[in-house]
Design a binder for this molecule. Structure first.
Ligand SMILES: O=c1ccn([C@@H]2O[C@H](COP(=O)(O)O)[C@@H](O)[C@H]2O)c(=O)[nH]1
Length: 233
């Protein structure tokens, strides 16, 4: 069973390291997103890796194939464990991203590469209106997942609602990394497709990503362990 991925959505190195200190040197799987990376850059990634944590660098690259390929070669050199692109960039872009990772990776350590299908903050009605798509959201997500699989990536970011269907359309070891995780009674906030850790597990998520339910908790260590228990049993 994978560890819950903690989204380190902080604005500074100081806040991030103070948060991590509360975990008493427990080895974590953390996610660094745009907010933190744009503020602190690769130096902070090095510091987090030096503490022994696994890092998912969530920059959601989406550009022409050549640009994404070269960006991925640089990200691979940062030593992170997982990176991502938007599946909407297309199969050619995703294949180029993978090629870039291969080029930039040190022997024996190639980050896993996954693609965002439809953001978990998007509802079906919003997707149909904003993207001018006339299909159910599940169909769009499974389409993007099949396209990601065909491009040779390791998995996708989706909501837990779609995880089972993606497993059936691809392979059981194809990663289904699911944000939008909310313990019972925790506010959805801007998320639209949410599930509890237990529901996510039952519905075929291979990884869960959890931010505010842990980072804003009065006792983040205890919140993390409650989620870990709910996810693991
Ligand atoms: O579809 C997506 C892709 C990425 N995310 C990221 O996950 C976390 C979720 O944080 P919460 O505080 O638990 O809502 C956040 O960093 C997002 O950028 C996502 O939510 N949905």
């Amino acid at each position: 069973m994978s560890k819950p991925i903690i989204a380190l959505d902080f604005s500074s190195r100081q806040d991030t390291l103070a948060f991590l200190e509360q975990f008493n040197q427990e080895k974590l799987f953390v996610k660094v997103g745009m907010e933190l990376f744009y503020a602190e850059g690769a130096g902070l990634i090095e510091a987090i890796k030096a503490q022994g944590h696994d890092v998912f660098l969530d920059l959601k690259c989406h550009d022409i194939p050549n640009t994404v390929q070269r960006a991925m070669a640089n990200l691979a050199r940062s030593g992170v464990d997982m990176v991502n692109v938007h599946a909407a960039g297309g199969q050619r872009m995703m294949a180029a991203a993978k090629e870039g990772l291969i080029q930039g990776s040190a022997a024996g350590h190639q980050p896993q590469l996954i693609a965002v299908t439809q953001l978990t903050s998007t509802s079906e009605a919003e997707m149909q209106r904003d993207q001018l798509l006339r299909v159910p959201l599940l169909e769009s997500v499974v389409h993007y997942a099949s396209s990601t699989f065909a491009a040779g990536l390791d998995g996708v970011v989706c909501s837990a609602h779609e995880a089972r269907a993606i497993g059936e359309a691809t392979k059981s070891n194809f990663l289904r990394v699911t944000p939008g995780i909310r313990p019972a009674h925790f506010a959805a906030g801007d998320q639209r497709r949410i599930m509890t850790p237990q529901q996510a597990r039952a519905n075929g998520s291979t990884h869960i990503v959890v931010g505010r339910p842990i980072t804003t908790a009065p006792d983040p260590l205890s919140a993390y362990h409650q989620i870990l228990t709910e996810w693991s049993v």
